[in-house]
Design a protein around this ligand. Structure first.
Ligand code: FMN
Length: 198
């Protein structure tokens, strides 16, 4: 049984990000050759404080802040597929998602300061990033999200398999874009097919 973890980084349930994630997860669930346990979480519904740079994670494994992030460390570790989505906010990811990303500093410290990793570095995991933008497409629209997400996936020792970037959703909502929904569905199927071979 493969474990799939998806995090919706938009605070708007049922809108563009949520719908794309849902279709990707349906592509995974419908893939008959492999069974998967699927968990979808909403960043905005979790209690996740901002990193305070207290440096506690450099002294003792884990984060001193006791909130929902502690269970996320375990979920990242156990997942075979990690799907992250975000609306583009001021050319970057949402603050709800960024809080999660920054709290992965505890994973970074466990590896590079304490030499006692919070995450199993040998395990194979596949990651995918979904991002929607309100503006019509233009060159480099999503570029600023790329180094952020590269580093995030690196922190959880997950292969960043690709990105689904969808512009112009304020004019053309995803919920009415059947072609894009099918693309997300197909991407989900492709992802689990690959995960099953690892
Ligand atoms: C705070 C905020 C900042 C935004 N910044 C941008 C931006 O820099 N570029 C852009 O194209 N759209 C921007 N938007 C529009 C959102 O990206 C768009 O509405 C979103 O992708 C919709 O996703 P959702 O329906 O899943 O919430 C912004 C929206 C908000 C609320």
């Amino acid at each position: 049984m493969l474990k799939v973890l998806a995090i919706v980084g938009s605070p708007r349930k049922g809108k563009n990000n949520d719908t794309l994630v849902e279709h990707m997860l349906k592509g995974i669930a419908d893939y008959k050759e492999v069974s998967a346990s699927i968990e979808k979480l909403y960043a905005n519904k979790m209690q996740i404080a901002s990193c305070t740079a207290c440096e506690g994670c450099g002294r003792k494994k884990g984060c001193v802040i006791k909130d929902d992030m502690n269970s996320l460390y375990t979920k990242f570790d156990e997942a075979d597929i990690v799907i992250i989505s975000s609306p583009l906010y001021f050319c970057s990811v949402s603050s709800q998602l960024k809080a999660i990303i920054d709290r992965n500093q505890a994973i970074w410290s466990s590896k590079y300061i304490l030499n006692d990793s919070l995450i199993n570095k040998e395990k194979s995991r596949l990651g995918y990033f979904i991002c929607t933008a309100g503006m019509p497409d233009e060159p480099h629209l999503f570029d600023a999200t790329l180094p952020v997400m590269e580093l995030f996936f690196k922190s959880i020792n997950t292969s960043h398999e690709g990105n689904l970037f969808v512009p112009n959703v304020d004019q053309q909502p995803i919920m009415e874009d059947e072609k894009m929904l099918q693309e997300a569905y197909a991407l989900g199927a492709k992802l689990i097919e690959k995960a099953a071979t690892l």
